[in-house]
Design a protein. Structure first.
Length: 231
């Protein structure tokens, strides 16, 4: 019993530093909304199924009076049949429309190599390698496993790998994006909250994969400029 309790405690604590449902950027907000929407639809289906399950258990349960009785045949209810057929399509449409829209909005922020940076966002060059992340800012400042960003400012990442495929992920700020050797990928988002957020490589990339964690600090514009000067 104690071992089972310890196992579940470790299970709960294993992901305590990765909080996907605490969005701190415009991109993360969209992803969180989709998660809540899909979870809400799943719970709606679960509640309906459980209500019907309990109803039919009570309606058709066997008693002493009915144990030897063969029930009469009943014709199908066309309205119910139509409902069971149409309802799944309605639920899928409710989930699909915002999902497609959010996917389009997010993928429009991600581009391949060779395209010029758009807008007035800050550009950060990101290089993943076994086993760390290197960040280079527009003024030439470089940091390793520490990403510092100004709040309220659009940031565009140009991502490359030196060796194998990595996956750049800051759960509170954006979704995962693969980082390839010899091919540049891009990701952009705008941090909305200050704070410290954990980032990591979400693709198994070698024996020391767990070392590919980095800290993301979102600070005010003044603090960011001061940090750049100090570096």
């Amino acid at each position: 019993m104690k071992k089972a309790g310890l196992f579940f405690l470790l299970l709960l604590l294993s992901g305590c530093n990765i909080r996907v449902l605490n969005p701190a950027s415009d991109t993360a907000e969209k992803l969180t909304d989709l998660i809540y929407l899909s979870f809400g639809l799943m719970m709606l289906v679960f509640v309906i199924v459980m209500i019907l399950f309990v109803h039919f258990l009570r309606k058709f349960r066997e008693t002493k009076e009915t144990s030897n009785v063969i029930p009469d045949d009943e014709n199908e209810n066309k309205w119910l049949e139509l409902t069971w057929t149409v309802l799944p399509f309605v639920l899928l449409a409710v989930l699909a429309v915002p999902t497609v829209k959010a996917t389009y909005d997010l993928t429009s922020q991600v581009s391949g190599s060779g395209e010029e940076a758009q807008g007035e966002g800050m550009v950060v060059e990101v290089v993943g390698q076994q086993y760390n992340w290197r960040f280079t800012y527009e003024n030439g400042t470089t940091s390793v496993d520490e990403l510092v960003l100004p709040v309220g400012r659009e940031v565009e990442f140009h991502l490359n790998s030196k060796d194998v495929i990595h996956s750049f992920w800051i759960p509170n700020l954006a979704g995962k994006i693969d980082v390839f050797p010899g091919k540049e990928t891009r990701l952009s988002f705008q941090p909305s909250d200050t704070g410290t957020f954990q980032g990591k490589c979400a693709e198994f990339c070698g024996a020391e994969h767990t070392l590919m964690r980095f800290e993301t600090r979102v600070v005010s514009e003044a603090e960011f400029e001061q940090w750049l000067r100090e570096q």
